[in-house]
Design a protein around this ligand. Structure first.
Ligand code: AP5
Length: 188
């Protein structure tokens, strides 16, 4: 199974991405988690990443690709992947598509989690994990960044015929069921 999770901050990409990965037995690759881990370990790269994460800005494409692509390629050997938070811009999508096509393993579905903005704000405010970028101001900015840079991917993947829209406002289990109903058909 090869799935890309797409959705605004707080839409449930991480929550649902883990469940999809576990159901289909493939690695869950979260760019945000990868970056936060670098920040926690205070690596040189982590220090650079922290500025972008704290501000809710996108990490530059070349840095993202240098950190994420190797993991995606390694995951192909395990039968696929669930990509969560990557690709996030059209140039990232083009680079990922090229690398995947080179080994004949393109994405089978892009799951777009649709949630109204007011619900997103509540979810991030309630998360309670102390993520520095969940403050109301930064969360608002992350949503603006999504609208400007990531939303164009909806057209990009619709044109390729692999976008699946899921209403992600219901409770977690109901959203999972809606996603599995679609992905089971692809997997079977
Ligand atoms: P990233 O970690 O990807 O954050 P995000 O996209 O802002 O998304 P979140 O992790 O906040 O939310 P989510 O959609 O995963 O929802 P979740 O399941 O956690 O990226 C962080 C930063 O890294 C970016 O701002 C950027 O700086 C950088 N970055 C990452 N990738 C990049 C890239 N490719 N290029 C450039 N920069 C990049 O759920 C949220 C909360 O809601 C949780 O508490 C959860 O329990 C709850 N919840 C989930 N589903 C439901 C439900 N159905 N009902 C009720 N509550 C729910």
């Amino acid at each position: 199974m090869r799935v890309i999770m797409l959705g605004p901050p707080g839409s449930g990409k991480g929550t649902q991405g883990e469940r999809i990965a576990s159901r289909y037995g493939v690695p869950h690759i979260s760019s945000g988690e990868l970056f936060r881990d670098e920040v926690t370990r205070q690596t040189e790269t982590g220090k650079t990443l922290q500025r972008y994460l704290d501000a809710g800005d996108l990490v530059p494409d070349d840095l993202v690709l240098s950190l994420v692509m190797d993991r995606v390629i390694a995951a192909q050997a395990e039968g696929g992947w669930v990509l969560d938070g990557f690709p996030r811009t059209v140039p990232q999508a083009e680079a990922a598509a090229k690398a995947a096509a080179d080994v004949g393993m393109s994405a089978q579905a892009v799951v777009y989690l649709e949630v109204p903005p007011e619900v997103l704000a509540d979810r991030l405010a309630d998360r309670g994990e102390g993520r520095a970028d969940d403050s109301a101001q930064v969360a608002r900015h992350r949503l603006e960044v999504f609208t400007e840079y990531t939303r164009p991917l909806l057209d990009y993947y619709t044109k390729r015929g692999i976008l699946v829209r899921i209403d992600a406002s219901p409770p977690v289990d109901a959203v999972s069921e809606a996603i599995f109903a679609v992905l089971d058909r692809i997997d079977g």
